[in-house]
Design a protein around this ligand. Structure first.
Ligand SMILES: [Cu+2]
Length: 173
């Protein structure tokens, strides 16, 4: 029995679909094997500006040292050597009450800094510098003075890479 034209065309289409499905399966398994999609984050060149917490011994009436909040600042590079983006979502440190991701921007001819609530995305292959007059981490309410040469712990939290613990060295810029 001979196939009519419709049957021949139908078989050809079925064969093409089969090839496409097999090709897609190869591509998907290749991705899984190589883990090409994972980000690879490094936190590099971490340093902090020296900052001294106020220790007034009562010469200003009504001004206890607890009311004098002193903040610190941290700079570093975020390097993503992986194949997909990741996002810095939070930072914490035992030396302060709260650490916030900030960015200094120009607004009405003035430098002003604002908290970055949504975090900072690091595209694959990119290096993002946290530096003066740009992105930085603000250490709000220092528990102790940051003196030159001192080293303290910082914990970074990334959306995909999870937690990365590193150390910051205090310097005078
Ligand atoms: Cu700030």
């Amino acid at each position: 029995m001979r196939m009519n034209e419709k049957q021949v065309r139908g078989r050809a289409v079925a064969r093409i679909v089969q090839y496409v499905v097999i090709a897609a399966m190869f591509t998907a398994s290749g991705c899984l094997d190589q883990k090409a999609g994972a980000p690879a984050i490094a936190v590099e060149n971490v340093w902090s500006r020296a900052a001294e917490t106020m220790q007034h011994s009562g010469e200003h009436a009504g001004h206890s040292s607890a009311q004098m909040q002193v903040n610190g600042v941290v700079y570093f590079d975020l390097h993503n050597r992986g194949g997909s983006p990741d996002r810095l979502v939070a930072v914490s440190s035992p030396v302060c009450t709260v650490a916030e991701i900030h960015r200094t921007v120009m607004q009405d001819d003035r430098m002003t800094m604002r908290p970055i609530k949504d975090g900072v995305t690091i595209p694959p292959g990119a290096k993002i510098e946290f530096k003066p007059a740009d992105y930085h981490i603000m250490l709000l309410g220092l528990n102790e003075s940051l003196t030159p040469g001192m080293v303290f712990e910082l914990e970074f939290e990334f959306e995909l890479s999870g937690k990365i613990v590193t150390k910051s060295t205090v310097r005078t810029p």
